[in-house]
Design a protein around this ligand. Structure first.
Ligand SMILES: Cc1ncc(COP(=O)(O)O)c(C=O)c1O
Length: 391
């Protein structure tokens, strides 16, 4: 029987051996074998089928991590998915796997600020140069390509400014010059966008966000195609960047309801966006206005939108922006996103970093909302009362 992914998520990983709906958490440093001969048999199997879940030591994972990897591989439509202790671990692993001293990276200007620090500053010390391109002008990408360019690193949409790029065009530029590609797909997750199918070599998701969905665990995933698999596998082995079984279990549990939660985040966010779009002081950084470039680029590649959005607020009075943000009662103040609850951040330099192509006037301010799973009418009422302070 053909099963949709929604059905698969509810029925996968049942444990008939223990007669439990969910699989057990298998914690192990030592994996024990009946004899030395059995260790060698397992190692041979692992060599023959490196994605088959054959382990001889706990650092390689246990059946608990393997179950999560199999589910994610299906969701991503990829050759394999590596799981790491944080989302940023997956960003690092993707880059470390394919870039060497002397190489160059071209990265989207609005990448997540730690990704910018890693590429622009840290890797520079290893003689790896990064050039940033304008997400709305891919000529700046193509003209930055040199013989040394090894990797194009995309994040879509851009962190905090939510710039939606022409992903297909980026892939065709990369293919023309035979350059590897990676994308941070945490915003849409493969539930709404499947980058490996689109032609990316690597796709990163911070599992801390929507996969877990409950703001109580950290993790990352790195989906790969066959072309880069061995390189990433070697880097994974040498860095030891692997997710532990307890966190893998929690992320697998979160995934059971990924579709339900994401669809609700999407519906709630649409209602909030519709309310905010009527306010003249606010420009929505969210794929909402049908004739906008952002909407067209989103529509071209995504089957849905998540709950994270930006507000570009025009005001000469920064204190009134702060007052607006601080008057919200149902929005928590804190980093991260993707959990069941609504969150808000007033974005200042610390969050956006030192960007080359961000045009923010002095009287423009960035606020980020994560729209949670609350009743959207309550959220709208809360925003309404807080907006009274915006001057
Ligand atoms: C777009 C994006 N990518 C990666 C990360 C890093 O994920 P983690 O916090 O799980 O390390 C974050 C975290 O906020 C993020 O927003």
């Amino acid at each position: 029987m053909a099963k949709s992914f929604k059905t698969f998520l509810k029925h996968t990983a049942k444990d008939f051996h223990n007669q439990s709906v969910n699989p057990p958490v298998v914690r192990a440093s030592t994996i024990i074998f009946k004899s030395m001969k059995h260790i060698r048999i397992t190692q041979k199997k692992a060599q023959k089928n490196p994605v088959g879940g054959h382990y001889d030591y706990g650092r390689q994972g246990t059946s608990t991590t393997y179950i999560l990897q199999k589910i994610l591989t299906k969701l991503e439509d990829s050759y394999h998915v590596f799981t790491t202790p944080t989302g940023f671990g997956s960003v690092f692993l993707a880059i470390f796997s394919v870039v060497r001293p002397g190489d160059e990276i071209i990265a989207a200007d609005p990448v997540y600020s730690p990704t910018r620090i890693l590429t622009q500053d840290f890797l520079k010390e290893f003689n790896i140069k990064t050039i940033f391109y304008n997400p709305y002008d891919l000529k700046t990408l193509e003209k930055s390509i040199t013989k040394k360019t090894k990797l194009i690193f995309v994040e879509n949409p851009g962190s905090n400014t939510f710039d939606f790029q022409d992903l297909g065009k980026i892939i065709s530029i990369a293919k023309k010059y035979k350059i590897l590609t990676a994308i941070d797909n945490t915003w849409g997750t493969p539930y709404y966008l499947k980058p490996i199918k689109l032609g990316f070599d690597m796709s990163i998701v911070s599992a801390t966000k929507y996969y877990s969905g409950h703001s109580d665990v950290m993790g990352g995933s790195l989906a790969v195609n066959k072309k880069v698999f061995q390189k990433v596998k070697a880097a994974e082995k040498i860095t030891g960047l692997r997710l532990g079984p307890d966190d893998a279990y929690l992320i697998t549990r979160g995934l059971r309801t990924l579709d339900v939660r994401l669809d609700r985040h999407r519906d709630n966010a649409k209602k909030i966006a519709s309310f905010l779009s009527k306010n003249k002081k606010i420009k929505l950084l969210y794929p909402f206005k049908k004739n906008s470039l952002n909407f067209r680029m989103w529509k071209k590649y995504y089957s849905g939108a998540s709950g994270l959005m930006g507000l570009k607020i025009k005001s000469k009075n920064i204190n009134s922006v702060r007052k607006f943000v601080n008057s919200l009662k149902l929005f928590g103040y804190g980093y991260s996103w993707g959990g069941f609850e609504s969150l808000v951040l007033h974005q200042e330099f610390r969050e956006t970093g030192n960007r080359k192509f961000m045009n923010l006037a002095k009287d423009e301010h960035l606020v980020r909302f994560h729209i949670g799973l609350e009743d959207p009418n309550d959220l709208i009422a809360d925003i309404k009362q807080a907006l009274r302070h915006l001057k």
